[in-house]
Design a protein around this ligand. Structure first.
Ligand SMILES: Cc1ncc(COP(=O)(O)O)c(C=O)c1O
Length: 429
């Protein structure tokens, strides 16, 4: 009865695949899977359950996922140099909630980055954290808006004695001063949670700060922004065993049951890719972000953080108020197949959230398909032609993007070479 509708859904999926393969994709929270990782989707694991831990499941039929999950947990501990890894959360928000649910008691004081300062909604009163406490205080910022004001934060910690301070953001240009506040936090038994959703790959690639080594109590993340993973969440820590067991129960049974075994298997593949190619990828990504920021600045855009070198991550933030708003600019770019998102900037009041001054750009996906600094220069030119000169650039965008269709920093090429017989073998047959 609904066969026609099914065909329509299939067509929409095809359209999406073709469209985004031809766009310049600059959403800072997205990335692409390698073909090798992508081809693992839809395996038998997509139909199964495996509640509990490997070797101690509540279900039978789990021996192979046990092996995969154990490999993944071990590899993450090696990559992030930590004692504990929790891989069952199915998203970054789910990972945050798993922790909050076991650590934040009603009324506890928690300090966070505000939304305009880049804090994620799951850290806020209206989001996941708000289910456990309403006592949420904003971390004070320096005048530029992109750094914590350490002196004022120290003062607030002394006065308010928060149980937790949540670092890490969605608009994330520069490292957080973890080591600088670790001592005062220790004095008042304030634990530092670091949300590495955006910068996980930069940390794993050893090109960004190392939160767990600098004093963070635990680190949560989603696995699919600067990391190569399928869309999931993780929690990592060096905390004492008995404390970890509590957090672990926050993941299961606290906030998940089935933990989506096919994307877990993909994540195991992606983690091997990261272990082999991640350091180069992280270095190239940051280099590209700096190059794009520099070129946009040269074209006259108000690129944020200029006095600090624009960025030390995969992100670039631009104030586009001169062109009406981030909403208008992002829509104009989308019509031209340049995909990025509008974003509030630190100086803005919350009421601006649907027409903010800013756009946020991430270069991690275009880096993964092989673009370098020169290509960043071309992207900056296309943005300028589209927004400043008001030209239609869609055809040039599609032509330019068509040359970058392979996912690099992966085993894809090796797989293709293996599946194509060598010339001499072809002749023999
Ligand atoms: C800082 C931060 N934390 C958590 C999340 C949530 O991650 P997920 O979308 O995997 O739930 C995001 C998402 O963009 C984020 O930016």
């Amino acid at each position: 009865m609904y066969e026609k509708e099914v065909t329509e859904v299939e067509q929409l999926i095809q359209k999406q695949n073709q469209w985004r393969d031809n766009c310049i994709n600059l959403i800072a929270s997205e990335n692409v899977l390698s073909q090798r990782a992508r081809s693992q989707a839809g395996s038998d694991f997509a139909h199964r359950y495996a509640e509990g831990h490997p070797g101690e499941r509540y279900y039978r039929g789990t021996s192979f996922i046990d092996d995969i999950e154990n490999q993944l947990k071990t590899n993450l501990k090696i990559l992030f140099e930590c004692d504990h890894s929790e891989v069952r959360p199915i998203s970054g928000t789910n990972a945050n909630e798993a922790f909050f649910s076991r650590f934040v008691n009603p009324g506890a004081v928690v300090m966070v980055n505000s939304t305009p300062a880049g804090g994620h909604i799951s850290h806020h009163r209206e989001g996941s954290l708000g289910k456990f406490t309403k006592n949420v205080i904003d971390i004070p910022l320096t005048a530029d808006g992109y750094h914590m004001d350490v002196a004022k934060t120290t003062y607030l910690i002394e006065k308010a004695r928060p149980k937790l301070i949540v670092l890490g953001k969605s608009l994330f240009l520069f490292p957080e001063p973890i080591a600088e506040i670790a001592e005062v936090c220790q004095r008042y038994n304030t634990k530092i949670m670091y949300d590495a959703a955006h910068v996980l790959g930069l940390i794993a690639g050893k090109r960004f700060q190392r939160p767990l080594l600098e004093g963070a109590y635990l680190m949560t993340a989603s696995t699919h922004k600067t990391y190569f993973g399928s869309q999931r969440g993780i929690i990592l820590s060096n905390m004492e065993e008995d404390q970890w067991r509590r957090i672990d129960r926050g993941a299961f049974p606290g906030s998940s049951s089935n933990h989506h075994l096919d994307t877990l298997a993909q994540m195991a593949v992606c983690t091997y890719e990261f272990m082999e190619f991640g350091e180069q990828y992280a270095a190239d990504t940051i280099k590209n972000a700096k190059a794009l920021a520099t070129e946009l600045d040269r074209h006259g855009f108000d690129v944020q953080g200029k006095e600090f070198g624009f960025t030390e991550t995969h992100q670039v933030a631009v104030n586009v108020r001169d062109f009406r708003s981030g909403e208008k600019v992002s829509k104009t770019l989308e019509i031209n197949d340049i995909i990025l998102n509008m974003n509030m900037l630190p100086h803005e009041p919350l009421k601006n959230h649907d027409r903010p001054d800013g756009i946020r750009i991430g270069v991690q996906e275009m880096t993964r398909v092989g673009m370098g600094e020169q290509e960043m220069g071309r992207i900056a030119e296309l943005i300028k032609e589209c927004i400043v000169d008001k030209k239609t650039v869609i055809e040039e965008v599609n032509r330019f993007r068509s040359k970058y269709q392979e996912v690099r920093y992966s085993y894809d090429k090796i797989k293709q070479e293996k599946s194509q017989p060598a010339k001499s073998e072809e002749l023999k047959n």
